[in-house]
Design a protein around this ligand. Structure first.
Ligand SMILES: [Zn+2]
Length: 394
């Protein structure tokens, strides 16, 4: 397998910062040659117009975590690009792309996603059912802008994410967060207990057998299904039979939510790629291909839904990466345990309302910059977030 860092960066003692910079530069080069995007710096002050201005009142934002962690050699590098045809050919040419988004926090999926959602590197136990310690983007959004609970939603395929919607911060917290929908709970409720034909949609938490949140699903979930998503149990079960994975189930639920509720702030966490922990390379790559396709399908839904078309900004970013083949402390693609710069140096793309198309920036940004950026876009003040607004998107 080809290593994707430039030769010049290999085999010499580089600082983590230097490795991250090299990675960003090579990522930019891959994108420029394959997707035909321009380097951003010089264009900032030039004449590339933002799309039609959308007032922050009407603007909608969807955040998708390209979840589970994928490496460049299976994605942006020349030998990986066949796995992400939709990103490369459709989405990246329409987006502003950041090649160096560094995650300096804990590399566990729940705690990293909570950090993305709070703008603070959270230190909560990754494998416990705990709320984030700092206010989430949903709380800032709802409190500052006086939005109802129906306007902020999270769709989370991992059962351990049921507390992601709201923190236990005293000035925010209870009653101000996002509503969280767990598609596997919906499905369990719809099945009334047994798992029958749906085992493949209920797989959860690929990382540790010791943390297996209980699959619940009862009256509350049946109400979500029928009252909010306007799906009958039978229709839902019949459709679920056609789906191939938990993320596919999540996207189905998210699209239904967009049609029926049309929240202004929608957050979807993907998780299929994390099947890599099981050690099967082919399943990991299949997860990447599916996530690539699902991102494009979501963007299509944005275009086809009147509530979203023309006024939605879509963000896609991973929670973090995976270990390189060359770090002897890890086992290559399988895990994200070494904390090396490659598993920390991720990326982010933004597209849609108010965002320049086909531009790449490779200056360093951080995972904690997302929430302040959303605050600046939508007009709320994430006062406890640590990151900085990304000026290139404002
Ligand atoms: Zn993982």
């Amino acid at each position: 397998m080809m290593e994707y860092l430039p030769k010049s960066a290999r085999g010499r003692a580089s600082s983590p910062r230097e490795v991250a910079r090299q990675l960003a530069v090579s990522r930019r080069d891959f994108l420029r040659t394959a997707a035909g995007v321009a380097l951003g710096g010089a264009l900032l002050s030039s004449t590339i117009p933002a799309k039609a201005e959308t007032s922050s009142k009407k603007r909608k934002v969807i955040v998708v975590t390209f979840g589970g962690g994928a490496r460049d050699q299976e994605t942006f590098a020349p030998e990986g690009q066949e796995n992400i045809p939709h990103l490369m050919r459709e989405l990246i040419p329409q987006s502003t792309f950041f090649t160096q988004v560094v995650n300096r926090g804990i590399l566990g999926h729940y705690v990293a996603t909570a950090s993305l959602a709070t703008g603070v590197y959270e230190t909560i136990n990754n494998f416990a059912s705990l709320p984030p310690a700092y206010p989430t983007v949903f709380e800032y959004f709802r409190k500052d802008l006086k939005r109802p609970s129906s306007d902020a939603w999270v769709v989370a395929p991992s059962n351990g994410f049921n507390r992601i919607g709201e923190s236990n911060n005293r000035s925010y917290g209870p009653g101000l967060g996002a509503r969280v929908i767990l598609p596997k709970h919906l499905l369990t409720a719809a099945m009334g207990g047994g798992s029958g034909d749906y085992e493949h949609l209920l797989r959860d938490n690929y990382e540790t057998p010791f943390f297996a949140p209980e699959l619940r699903g009862g009256e509350f979930e049946l109400q979500q299904l029928e009252m909010i998503l306007k799906l009958s149990v039978d229709d839902f079960k019949a459709h679920a039979r056609t789906l191939s994975s938990p993320d596919e189930l999540s996207v189905y639920v998210a699209r239904q939510l967009m049609r029926q509720v049309a929240p202004s702030l929608l957050w979807i966490t993907m998780h299929d790629i994390d099947v890599a922990h099981a050690g099967a390379y082919s399943l990991y790559v299949e997860g990447i291909r599916r996530t690539d396709r699902l991102c494009a399908e979501l963007w299509e839904t944005v275009q086809s839904e009147p509530e979203y078309a023309g006024k939605t900004t879509l963000f896609i970013l991973p929670d973090f990466g995976r270990d390189s083949d060359e770090d002897s402390a890890g086992n290559g693609f399988q895990h994200h345990r070494t904390g090396d710069p490659l598993s920390r140096t991720t990326w982010m793309m933004a597209m849609g309302a108010g965002v320049r198309e086909g531009v790449v920036f490779d200056r360093a940004a951080e995972s904690t910059d997302l929430v302040p950026t959303l605050g600046a876009m939508l007009g709320f003040s994430p006062s406890l977030a640590q990151g900085k607004p990304i000026q290139e998107l404002l």
